[in-house]
Design a binder for this molecule. Structure first.
Ligand code: 3PG
Length: 207
């Protein structure tokens, strides 16, 4: 655990964000902060992801910025060099685990099955992402793990929306949830920061 403490307690909802430019990243980060969300997972799904992380780290220091879609050892190293404060991966391989550990940053490895949860626990990690949540069994699946893997705590993401969020947040083994619903692509493209601030405030109130 880093000075950030548990990644699962930073916010009830971690916005998973996709941008086409670094400027969009800064705009989204400011809009989220205005709505009361002080963490952002910037995905590396677009070429602008790394640059956006750099820009947010420089220009919006009040938000905790992390990298999402960390699918390769190179992405882990690049995300750390860009100023990420945490890393999130959709799944885990031995080399990705080693690379994420090497950064010294806190990270959430992705899991979707009981065996994957057991592997992550064996690696000494108790906080993990559950992805893709809705497609992998959703809240009922996670509820079934409470007694089987009591040490595992999750940030489910994938297909969760504001109306289904409470089903997850009420579970004993869920610390926070993640999703793209509060930063819609059309709002980002239009620079509609007010809409994102409203969605962020609605998400912050889930906590
Ligand atoms: C993720 O990477 O966590 C997901 O893409 C988020 O899923 P969503 O777009 O369905 O919220």
């Amino acid at each position: 655990m880093s000075e950030l403490g548990s990644l699962l307690t930073l916010s009830p909802v971690v916005p998973v964000v996709v941008v086409d430019t670094a400027e969009q990243g800064v705009g989204v980060a400011k809009a989220l902060v205005a709505g009361g969300i002080k963490v952002i997972e910037m995905t590396l799904r677009t070429p602008a992801g790394l640059e956006a992380i750099r820009a947010i780290a420089d220009e919006v220091p009040e938000i905790v910025v992390g990298a999402g879609t960390v699918t390769t050892p190179q992405r882990a190293a690049d995300a750390a060099a860009a100023g990420s404060q945490f890393l999130v991966s959709p799944g885990l391989t031995p080399s990705l685990l080693a690379a994420m550990k090497d950064t010294g940053l806190p990270f959430l490895p992705g899991t979707a099955t009981v065996s994957e949860v057991l592997s992550v626990l064996e690696a000494g990690i108790t906080e993990m992402k559950f992805f893709p949540a809705e497609q992998s069994g959703g809240a009922p699946f996670l509820s079934g793990l409470v007694t089987v893997t009591p040490d595992a705590r999750f940030c489910p993401t994938g297909g969760i929306r504001v109306n289904t969020a409470p089903d997850y947040l009420k579970l004993a083994n869920v610390g926070c949830i993640g999703g793209t619903w509060l930063t819609p692509a059309d709002a980002i493209a239009a620079g509609d920061w007010e809409r994102i601030t409203k969605l962020a405030a609605e998400a912050a109130a889930l906590g």
